[in-house]
Ligand binder design. Structure first.
Ligand code: FAD
Length: 372
């Protein structure tokens, strides 16, 4: 019965569930596990300390370090003294950041990492212009896992994402493009929940981590839609990777460590031109059939604005490690959206997705691989 729920072609895509499982097990997962360890992919340049553009008064961003918990009361910002800030108690907010498992480890390897440049992406909210405020985070030291971020603060973000930016589903009135935005977000949500369940703090007193299968079932597996949306998102991103293959093959993965960088390039080629991938799922998603008809351009602008809002909402996530992974994954999806919907043809890719003047790869290019 479980098998029947996930057989046939993934809705709105061009490959079936079994093929995706096989490809993932035999080709994609092993290659990506190697790639994410390379210096080029293990560092993420990010501005973690940002103003939340939607709830400016709630003090969310003043929670950068939880030293606020330790200050004498006279030093607290006014907003922390109020018992409720737009429905959230200051305890809700302050303690999210206070959990050690939610904090980002900023220790970097001794290997210096030279800066990448950013280019505009119409699908994402770009507040990352000031290099001085950006840090490199070693993702290997900061795996996506349970952090204890929960309650009204987390719920408010998901509610805003679903109700303000992403129309209710299922609805007969939704056109395919709107449905796709919903499915990408729901797939992202499933992925976050699965990461929480796969690496969970089982026993706080003994710092024991492991799988929480009940949580995985309760949040994702018992809802076939959420599983299907995860598959959809996977294939959507995979299509962006295959569309950008030529570009990804030629890009310079330069981090100042020639041996490691050569390895990155060779792993990338193995992934992009894997014969099994090309034979089993040559076109994971067909972007060419979207944005047709008279309403196309207007619809694209609307959905682009909605996704930009979702990306801006990541600055309001009140837990540092969740913000890190939220930003990375939304930037990754935004890059996939750009490759599939804002770039015409292969020859355009090198200009608009942009190899920078010094030949360096833009940060967001690499992030979308993390989504797989
Ligand atoms: P939530 O996951 O908060 O879900 C809220 C509601 O959304 C559900 O009741 C359901 O109606 C709906 N919903 C749930 N899943 C789906 C889906 N796949 N598709 C459609 N609708 C759905 N916590 C961590 O421990 N570690 C993290 O790294 C982390 N990262 C986060 C990143 C972001 C951007 C956000 C917003 C939150 C993050 N969280 C993280 C918090 C986590 O996602 C949950 O909000 C929290 O664990 C509380 O879960 P919950 O059971 O209340 O349901």
């Amino acid at each position: 019965q479980e098998k029947d729920k996930y057989s046939g072609v993934v809705e709105d895509c061009c490959c079936d569930y079994e093929t995706v499982n096989q490809l993932n097990e035999q080709v994609l997962h092993p290659s990506l596990q190697e790639l994410v360890k390379t210096p080029f992919f293990r560092y993420f340049k990010v501005k973690l300390w940002c103003d939340c553009p939607f709830w400016p008064d709630d003090g969310m961003c003043r929670l950068r370090d939880c030293s606020v918990c330790e200050c004498p009361e006279t030093e607290f910002p006014e907003s922390f003294k109020k018992p409720f800030i737009r429905g959230l108690s200051s305890d809700d907010l302050a303690c999210q950041e206070g959990k050690p498992e939610a904090a980002v480890d900023r220790t970097l390897d001794s290997q210096a990492f030279r800066g990448w440049t950013e280019t505009d992406n119409p699908w994402t909210h770009d507040d990352e212009t000031d290099n001085a405020e950006m840090t490199y985070v070693n993702l290997q030291l900061n795996p996506e896992r349970y952090t204890g971020y929960t309650g009204p603060s987390a719920r408010r973000i998901w509610d805003a994402i679903y109700s303000e930016n992403c129309p209710t589903y299922p609805s007969k009135q939704l056109c395919q493009e709107e449905r796709i935005l919903y499915k990408l977000i729901s797939g992202l949500h499933s992925s976050i929940s699965i990461h929480i369940a796969a690496d969970y703090l089982l026993d706080e007193a003994n710092n024991l981590w492991g799988q929480n299968l009940t949580l995985m079932y309760d949040r994702v597996l018992r809802y076939p839609d959420r599983v299907r949306n995860l598959y959809f998102t996977f294939l959507f991103v995979l299509r962006a990777v295959t569309k950008a293959a030529e570009y990804l093959e030629q890009a310079e993965y330069e981090t100042g460590n020639p041996m490691e960088d050569l390895k990155t390039q060779s792993l990338m080629k193995q992934l992009l031109y894997n014969p099994q991938l090309q034979a089993a799922c040559p076109l994971p998603f067909d972007e060419a059939k979207l944005w047709k008809g008279q309403r196309g351009p207007e619809l694209k602008q609307k959905i682009q604005g909605q996704f930009r809002n979702i990306s801006a909402l990541m600055d309001c996530v009140g837990c540092e490690k969740c913000r890190l992974w939220g930003k990375l994954q939304v930037l990754g999806l935004g890059t996939a959206l750009k490759i599939l919907f804002s770039v015409n043809g292969e020859e355009h890719l090198s200009q608009t997705v942009s190899i920078t003047s010094n030949g360096r790869f833009e940060t967001s290019h690499s992030n979308f691989l993390f989504y797989l």
